[in-house]
Design a protein around this ligand. Structure first.
Ligand code: HEC
Ligand code: HEC
Length: 196
């Protein structure tokens, strides 16, 4: 699978991304659905993303969403674009937006994995990943996100970023991901994507 076209995604995004920072100058607290309109351009209606490299966020754990969005805002979580976007949000708004997305149903992609990915990836998953990403990646909690039914393009980006040391939390995961080859990362990404 080719690497995602980030420059294009980000170009479109910048237009959208700077809108909230204008609003943030006022004291007004915006409603959750109004806030979510800004996210929909990239993460899809109600957080069910339609794009390979944009993560689905609807139906994620509320605590995870609050933690991740706050870390983006504080620059504690490396990102291509989210750090800039979250600058425009108050803590109260982050809380409202996390509640909004956590209340949406999770919508898995309709993709299926090919045979060789399904031969290799479940073995790797069981050995190195299941202890934290339980139930074949369906499990989620405040610390770790659901991966089953998530877009492979995004999962691949996240695993590569972890392996290459750009963003990897927790450290224990890095130990498991460090030795994965590119092919294994692609296989795992497609395996998770195809798990409904
Ligand atoms: C310009 C497109 C764009 C917009 C607008 C956008 N996002 Fe994102 N989002 C991304 C990208 C790209 C990533 C992957 C991380 C990165 O590189 O920034 C991401 C990652 C995330 C993640 C992490 C998902 C995970 O699995 O850990 C969450 C949560 C998130 N965005 C929520 C939001 C919310 C809430 C909004 C609206 C306030 C929003 N995003 C607006 C592009 C966007
Ligand atoms: C020690 C527990 C642990 C192990 C083992 C682990 N992970 Fe993770 N993983 C996490 C946590 C916690 C996160 C959320 C980190 C964050 O805040 O971004 C995560 C995030 C991810 C993400 C990003 C998901 C998203 O939506 O942003 C991917 C992809 C991932 N892990 C893949 C793997 C794979 C593949 C393995 C096995 C090779 C693995 N992990 C092993 C704990 C673990």
């Amino acid at each position: 699978m080719p690497m995602p076209d980030w420059s294009r995604a980000i170009g479109v995004g910048l237009l959208i991304a700077f809108v909230p920072s204008l609003y943030a100058q006022t004291d007004e607290v915006r409603s959750a659905s109004m806030l979510a309109n800004t996210c929909a351009g990239c993460h899809g209606t109600l957080g069910a993303s339609a794009g390979e490299v944009m993560p689905t966020i609807g139906g994620m754990d509320k605590g995870y969403l609050v933690a991740v969005l706050s870390d983006y805002k504080l620059g504690k979580r490396p990102s291509t674009i989210m750090g800039r976007i979250m600058q425009g949000y108050k803590d109260q708004e982050i809380n409202a937006i996390a509640s909004f997305y956590a209340a949406q149903p999770w919508v898995s992609t309709d993709r299926v994995a090919v045979a060789d990915q399904l031969a290799e990836a479940p073995v790797l998953h069981e050995r190195y990943c299941e202890s934290c990403h339980q139930d074949g990646g369906r499990g989620q909690d405040t610390e770790s996100p659901r991966m089953a039914g998530q877009w492979a393009g995004y999962l691949q980006y996240a695993m590569q970023a972890c392996r290459d040391g750009e963003r990897c939390h927790p450290r224990k995961m890095r130990d498991r991901v460090t030795d994965l080859s590119d092919d294994e990362i692609v296989a795992l990404a497609h395996f998770y994507e195809s798990q409904k």
